[in-house]
Design a protein around this ligand. Structure first.
Ligand code: AMP
Length: 171
């Protein structure tokens, strides 16, 4: 199966010049969804992952099933004001704009082995913010896994030194 064919490209969304990679078309296809989750989880099967972290909101749809397959827990990263208990915050840059992210302060224990999962790697800002918060809480980043990588935005350079898996690349 060609997973790339399951992704819908939406030009000029959410603003002029952005080629938005819509994964809803992949998620609703039962075979493509299962294959994508299995392919994301497989490289980390023997890595003793304690926690999978997924940034809001597409990181939930992809990260939570990967956590289930790995027998790990799932921790959400959210936009400010959404998490109910005590949080730490980090500001980051998007391919389009700026934003902040939060994680619960007690979500990661020192020494936890963490896998970050998101739908798409663009500039790497979202993932770097996530990595910094995990490390601030004492977690150890084992890997970063994405359905899609926009290679031309060089997110890998921002995330230099970390183990990165991506299933589909756009050059
Ligand atoms: P970045 O922080 O630049 O790596 O951007 C990654 C985040 O922004 C991911 O959580 C994506 O969901 C979203 N994103 C950025 N660019 C796109 C795009 N072209 N299509 C779909 N989602 C995108």
């Amino acid at each position: 199966m060609n997973l790339q064919e399951k992704i819908r490209n939406v030009p000029n969304f959410p603003q002029e010049g952005i080629q938005f990679k819509d994964i809803t078309t992949l998620l609703k296809d039962r075979d493509a969804f299962r294959l994508a989750i299995d392919m994301l989880a497989t490289p980390y099967q023997d890595q003793k992952i304690d926690i999978v972290i997924g940034p809001e909101a597409r990181g939930f749809a992809v990260g939570a099933p990967v956590a289930y397959v790995l027998g790990a827990g799932f921790v959400p990263i959210r936009k400010p004001g959404k998490l109910p208990a005590e949080t730490i915050c980090h500001e980051y840059s998007l391919e389009y704009g700026k934003d902040s992210l939060e994680i619960h302060k007690d979500a990661i224990k020192p020494g936890d082995r963490v896998l970050v999962v998101d739908d798409l790697l663009a500039t790497g800002g979202t993932t770097m913010a996530t990595v910094k918060m995990v490390e601030q809480l004492g977690g150890s980043i084992v890997g970063l896994a994405f359905l899609i990588e926009l290679s031309f935005l060089n997110g890998r350079q921002v995330l230099d030194g970390y183990d990165i898996t991506s299933l589909i690349q756009y050059a």
